[in-house]
Design a protein around this ligand. Structure first.
Ligand code: DHE
Length: 543
């Protein structure tokens, strides 16, 4: 009927009123209900992560109609199509969005944001499935794999993970998971692998099976990014925790089955004393010093130390830090957790032994460390490093308050990298190299290569390795190098060459000592690889 005839292009008048999205804001550009539904899905898949479901902004700018209507469609379209060096992806020129989709999204963000439904413990219980009950699982390792050197690789747009044997570089299994899996985490024992999709579906994979595969699943919300498992002595493999972006809450589950046990909402006041309806759960880490999870609420800047010894009488120490908490990792001793408060341009340091804020450190623009990189600086002793989305710098923060007190929790040195748009930085205790990617830089030369510094002569600058060129891929479209991960021995570093869904992608393995190409892993099934998690390094927080 009328709806089917409505054009999907800009500027054209709509023939009839029926089929149009009824917006609370009469100034918003018109769109049909079908367009609104499509845009809402694209927004969820591509935009909500940075800008928030309610579009109040965090890593990305706020996109509420009071702001977007003022900017107007043309400005928004340019921004969406070409991106910005400060981290907005170039959705149009990368080939991810067509011109029609760019136009659609420019109009969508001028409408009032729809509020998604809540998600209860009962909803979780309905989705929960123990695919292989504990009683039917192996009682010892049933395969000959060197599990410590196994890699779990996110196949982003396929909704899968690939398990790859780090020794032979062979794919062991490709497992259907939630939509666009975000991270993989290991249980304390190294047996269970947990993966979480953007759609908040968690899959539990048992690495002891003859061919490692899924044994349980649960959906814990509508949108999520983080999952972790209990690691304190006596609680190994006992609990898992997942944080959701929507609804803003976290859930504690039984580690061996994913049975949901306890939900806690994160709605509340920001560190500035303002109510926030959507404090999304960003990174979560398991404390090594106490039976606690470190739960970082993005928009409020609150770090919750959640004690899991008694779920009925839950004790939580809430630490005020800075707004827009995102990703982070431990220092080399495992005592301090350093987390980027990205849009505040700060790194918060939590002492997990004392449950106190150790420091708030000013760094460059929009820090984005992944889990960061720990190494011993020739002059300042142990440091933890982050690169930035918003500028080309790398901040090195001193982490040893005992033997290097004057340097502790200060930026002791700032390095200049290739450019902004960096997401991940990595080294290994056995390496002299510090690797910095720039996948979100709009310049293809920068997003297709990585910079590598020699830790013993940081001031001599960096070498650029043309990772995408080395992969020798067929086909057009964006190809970004993303996230370095080491093998167990610390002598190989793996990169993803992240192409579009319909084009060839690859993993590129570099010899860490010589910085020369060691292997390219290609397979038609390796669709859009992004994050890679080596079992040993993930289990023991080695980075
Ligand atoms: Fe991530 C970690 C959120 C986009 C790949 N990402 C994280 C963490 C959070 C997060 C909160 C920390 C989890 C933890 O440690 O518990 N990421 C978000 C977003 O909100 C954002 C900005 C937008 C979105 O829509 O999701 C986003 N992330 C991306 C990507 O586009 C990346 C590059 C590709 C992909 O697969 O989606 C991506 N994020 C990763 C990876 C990690 C990660 C690989 C883990 C890094 C590590 O070494 O631990």
């Amino acid at each position: 009927p009328a709806l089917a005839l409505l054009p999907l292009v800009v500027g054209q008048a709509y023939a009839a009123d029926d089929g149009l999205h009824k917006n609370a804001n009469p100034k918003a550009p018109k769109m049909t209900e079908a367009e609104f539904t499509k845009a809402r899905q694209i927004y969820f898949e591509r935009c909500a992560g940075c800008h928030g479901v309610l579009r109040k902004g965090a890593t990305g700018k706020p996109l509420t109609p009071d702001i977007t209507l003022e900017r107007g469609s043309e400005y928004l379209k340019t921004f969406i199509k070409y991106g910005s060096p400060a981290g907005m992806p170039n959705w149009g020129t990368s080939g991810d969005f067509t011109d029609e989709e760019v136009d659609l999204m420019a109009r969508y963000v001028q409408q009032e944001p729809p509020t998604p439904p809540e998600y209860s413990l009962a909803d979780m219980e309905k989705s929960y499935k123990e695919l292989v009950p504990v009683s039917k699982r192996p009682t010892r390792k049933m395969n000959k794999l060197n599990l410590d050197n196994l890699f779990s690789v996110t196949l982003r747009d396929a909704g899968e993970v690939a398990l790859i044997d780090g020794d032979s570089k062979k794919i062991i299994n490709i497992i259907k998971t939630g939509y666009a899996v975000h991270i993989s985490r290991m249980s304390a024992s190294g047996r269970y692998l947990f993966v979480i999709g953007r759609d908040a579906k968690i899959d539990l994979i048992d690495l002891w099976m003859p061919v490692p595969d899924r044994v349980a699943e649960v959906k814990v919300g509508l949108e999520a990014r983080s999952v972790e498992t209990s690691k304190f002595k006596g609680y190994e493999d006992k609990y898992a925790i997942a944080g959701t972006y929507w609804p803003p809450q976290y859930v504690i589950m039984e580690g061996s089955t994913l049975k949901p046990l306890k939900i806690v909402s994160t709605r509340g006041m920001t560190v500035d004393g303002e109510y926030h309806p959507e404090p999304r759960v960003a990174s979560i880490a398991a404390s090594h010093y106490r039976p606690e999870f470190v739960v970082n609420a993005k928009e409020t800047g609150k770090i919750m130390m959640v004690d899991y010894t008694d779920l009925k009488n839950l004790k939580t120490t809430t630490i005020d830090s800075a707004k827009f908490l995102h990703d982070g990792g431990f220092d080399s001793t495992g005592r301090y957790f350093l987390v980027a408060a990205n849009a505040s341009n700060k790194v918060a340091v939590v002492d997990t032994k004392e449950d106190k804020l150790a420091a708030l450190v000013d760094v460059g623009k929009t820090p984005h460390p992944g889990r960061g990189a720990n190494f011993v600086h020739p002059k300042f002793g142990p440091v933890w490093a982050t690169s930035h989305l918003g500028d080309d710098t790398i901040s090195l923060i001193g982490t040893d308050p005992v033997k290097h007190k004057a340097s502790a929790w200060k930026v002791v040195e700032t390095l200049k990298g290739q450019g902004g748009g960096s997401l991940f930085i990595k080294t290994n205790p056995k390496s002299k190299n510090l690797w910095v990617d720039t996948p979100l830089n709009p310049d293809a030369k920068l997003n297709q290569s990585v910079a590598v510094f020699d830790i013993s002569k940081l001031q001599s600058g960096y070498e650029v390795l043309p990772i995408v060129e080395w992969a020798q891929l067929k086909g057009a479209g964006a190809k970004r190098v993303v996230q370095a991960e080491y093998n167990q021995a610390g002598d190989e570093v793996w990169f993803s060459v992240w192409g579009t869904k319909d084009q060839e992608s690859a993993l590129v393995v570099v010899d860490d000592k010589t910085r020369k190409l060691k292997a390219v892993i290609k397979d038609p099934k390796l669709i859009t690889p992004t994050g890679k998690f080596n079992v040993h390094n993930t289990q023991h927080d080695v980075y």
